[in-house]
Write a protein that binds this ligand. Structure first.
Ligand code: 5RP
Length: 250
């Protein structure tokens, strides 16, 4: 019986992982189909869900012959655009975007987001702020009522390297919780963002905080470059569900 329960345990993990990837793909395909038209300049977010959005975009360029230009939000996004032979542009050439499609670490009931699990929050926020609409694509694990309910890795905060200790101490004192410098996977040093900064992950915060007020405050602190709190920025979210359907929230 041990053999069988172990076997079924691993089978169920494999099935969940498959449905998770399928859910990401469903959400990404739907969002690209419903929000991208020929002639659009499109912001390309970062992370594992966005990979499916770029796949679909490239498919539509080939099959439907739509014309799009893409603005990346990270080194990863730039590579995705280049590898799919999509037209690459930037905010210097194309400062106005019709739409930006990006993932999120958590989405609350008011469409406020935690982003930056992949450390790309600064460029993601800048590019999203230049778009008429920010469309979020995610799987069913990302949806919650209050921020911090599902996602336990904390709110990422991008800081200037020289300020990481004072910002950590000030944040823990003023808003409580636990703030840690994000380290590289091999623990040899801190994660350095595409912009040469460090990331602090703020965990165990009070879930009833007013995130608009907190974010406005944090971005005014010298040394904080930006936060992974995206408040009032997203216009719609697509969630791929376990049963193969897609739920939208706007
Ligand atoms: C990166 C991000 C990503 O959008 C976020 O981490 C979600 O990633 P994934 O689609 O892999 O779950 O904010 O900075």
């Amino acid at each position: 019986s041990n053999y069988f329960s172990t076997k079924y345990y691993y089978l169920s993990i494999a099935r969940d992982k498959m449905s998770l990837e399928e859910a990401k793909k469903l959400a990404a395909y739907r969002a690209v189909d419903e929000h991208v038209e020929s002639g659009y300049t499109v912001g390309i977010g970062s992370g594992s869900t966005v990979i499916y959005a770029v796949d679909r975009l490239a498919q539509r360029v080939t099959e439907e012959n739509i014309k799009v230009k893409c603005v990346p939000t990270s080194f990863q996004a730039r590579q995705l655009i280049i590898n799919h032979k999509l037209a690459l542009t930037d905010l210097e050439i194309s400062p106005h975007l019709n739409v930006c499609i990006d993932g999120a670490d958590e989405v609350d009931s008011n469409l406020n987001l935690i982003k930056g699990g992949g450390g790309c929050l600064l460029q993601e926020k800048i590019v999203a702020s230049c778009a008429e609409q920010l469309i979020i694509i995610a799987d069913y694990t990302k949806h919650s009522c209050l921020l911090g309910e599902q996602y336990k890795k904390g709110i990422p905060i991008e800081v200037s390297p020289l300020a990481y200790v004072p910002i950590k101490l000030k944040l823990e004192k003023k808003y409580k919780g636990d703030v840690a410098l994000r380290m590289a996977v091999n623990k040899a040093g801190p994660v350095v963002t595409d912009n040469g900064n460090f990331i602090l992950d703020w965990k165990d915060f009070d879930q009833s905080l007013n995130w608009k007020t907190v974010n406005d405050d944090l971005v005014s602190w010298p040394g904080i470059v930006d936060t992974g709190l995206f408040i009032g920025m997203a216009s719609k979210a697509y969630f791929g569900l376990k049963d193969g359907s897609v739920k939208t929230q706007s």
